[in-house]
Design a protein around this ligand. Structure first.
Ligand code: UN1
Length: 506
């Protein structure tokens, strides 16, 4: 045990992370590192990670390019077996990885287990896809001729992932990309590089050949637009902010590359006057404050029918009061810290704005009880009487801040739901099937929940993604994930033995 003053850092459990290039764990050419602190106790250094530069990235791109032909020539069922095995390894290590995740980015242990589980689910799903990767046959307009559509790999995929789902999001991108025959340059967030390295190790141990997956830890600033514009990167898969997503699309557009973006959310739960309010209040609290609001699916608006508005505000506030805030390693904790200081500052910034835009019901300040004084904790916050066009009801906060908006009808609720620049996920609580289905029909988001968890908790077998500013039309997960990471190739086979001209001889 190290004894320490406030300022002394504890390195006793720090993990040194390296880049993974062409099957080898190597330091960055820069020799520069970043010390990642535990957000629940900033004196504890969890990982020391390389801050790589473009030279490192070029090496990774080169390795991925060189491995392309070998990997594309490996039968898909064989590729998928490696992914399935990686899933088994993740399952064996689930607890260890979850604990690392909680220390590295703060989410509570139960949710960290869920994060690893999501990757395991994806591995098992994509493990099965190796023997499907369905294409199709359609009849030809001509005799003795077949028309078949098959999937081709895209090439080298740049997978750029955020810190909020340190293992699940890499799994969403990398497992389908690999099973579809692509090689990968993986750039995780520097904030969760230790988790990313563990994810890569599972694939390494499962037998992934060298060069197929390469990991480089770098800040977005240091790698610039290299991954977006390099001629040997064939596809960019990016999860992160709208600003960087737009840049990815612009640069990739100039270079005619496929780009898939999963960006922000400003998700809402609609509560109608006939809702089961116990269920609604539970769903709201879970969706708004789970992962400390740091999910792109997090609920940050509740749109409540005027007849139950006061009661819902009162009951949500009551639930918030009961939430246990603290270090996520304590199994009783429900709300962990924000992931790093800039997140905390962002939340503080929006709460200041919110004080002029709504009535602060509860929260609105840092949480510094006991040991929480050493971390980036923020009290779950609720603003009532917020106008739909207020800044806090429009911009993504990515923290534990919820705004309540009062409406008179279902149509008005749907209109408010759809009036933001993002369109990822939405939920409705009502006991009336007609209202529920009407809402599902008119809500414009990529994901929609009825009397469910609220806005979070998507399962991996359905498409994941959103409309408007949330994405550019592609989806992760399920069969849509395979779609995103493959190209169609249409094949015409004529066995008539003579020239048959389509559209003419038919
Ligand atoms: C994210 O926040 O970027 O649906 C992903 C959910 C999780 C994934 C969230 N399965 O909330």
């Amino acid at each position: 045990m190290t004894t320490q003053t406030q300022k002394e850092k504890d390195y006793s459990n720090a993990i040194e992370v390296k880049n993974y290039i062409n099957g080898k764990w190597v330091p960055s050419v820069t020799g520069r590192t970043f010390e990642r602190e535990n957000p629940a106790n900033i004196n504890e250094i969890v990982s020391i990670v390389p801050l790589s530069n473009q030279e490192d990235i070029l090496k990774a791109i080169e390795a991925a390019k060189n491995a392309k032909k070998m990997w594309q020539g490996t039968p898909a069922p064989k590729r998928a077996e490696i992914i399935y095995k990686a899933g088994q390894i993740l399952l064996e290590r689930k607890e260890e990885l979850a604990r690392l995740m909680t220390r590295e980015m703060g989410k509570v242990i139960e949710e960290a287990r869920g994060d690893v589980q999501e990757a395991i689910d994806m591995a098992f799903y994509m493990g099965g896809e190796g023997r499907r990767l369905f294409g199709y046959y359609v009849p030809s307009e001509l005799k003795n001729k077949w028309c078949i559509a098959v999937r081709d790999p895209i090439g080298v995929v740049a997978a750029i992932t955020p810190w909020n789902f340190p293992i699940a999001i890499p799994a969403w991108k990398i497992f389908p990309a690999l099973v579809a025959g692509n090689t990968v340059v993986f750039k995780p967030s520097e904030h969760t590089a230790a988790c990313a390295a563990e994810f890569v190790k599972a694939l390494e141990e499962a037998g992934l050949p060298e060069g197929v997956l390469n990991m480089v830890v770098a800040t977005g600033k240091d790698c610039g637009t290299l991954l977006f514009e390099h001629p040997d990167i064939d596809m960019i898969s990016f999860t992160g902010s709208l600003a960087v997503g737009k840049l990815a699309c612009e640069v990739a557009g100039r270079h005619m590359k496929k780009v898939m973006t999963e960006l922000g959310g400003k998700n809402a739960i609609i509560v109608m006057d006939d809702a089961n309010l116990d269920l609604a209040v539970d769903g709201i609290t879970w969706s708004a404050f789970g992962t400390t609001g740091q999910r792109c699916t997090a609920c940050s608006r509740i749109i409540v029918h005027e007849k139950v508005y006061d009661e819902v505000i009162e009951r949500v506030a009551e639930k918030i009061k009961q939430l246990r805030i603290g270090n996520g390693l304590d199994p009783n904790t429900q709300v962990g810290p924000l992931a790093f200081e800039a997140q905390l500052r962002k939340v503080e910034h929006y709460v200041e704005i919110g004080k002029n835009e709504g009535r602060l019901v509860i929260g609105g300040e840092r949480y510094t009880e006991g040991e929480c004084a050493n971390g980036y904790f923020y009290s779950p916050t609720l603003f009532a009487d917020v106008e739909p066009n207020a800044t806090i009801a429009q911009e993504e906060i990515f923290g534990p801040v919820l705004s309540a908006i009062k409406v008179k009808s279902l149509d008005e609720a749907i209109e408010v739901n759809n009036s933001v620049q993002y369109g990822l996920s939405a939920g409705i609580f009502t006991q009336d099937i007609n209202k529920a289905l009407y809402a599902v029909q008119w809500i414009r988001t990529g994901i929609c929940y009825v009397n469910g968890q609220g806005t979070i908790g998507a399962e991996i077998q359905l498409p994941f993604g959103g409309v408007r500013g949330t994405g550019n039309g592609h989806r992760e997960a399920g069969i849509a994930g395979i779609e995103s990471y493959s190209e169609w190739k249409s094949i015409y086979i004529d066995f008539s033995g003579r020239l048959q001209r389509s559209q003419i001889d038919a």
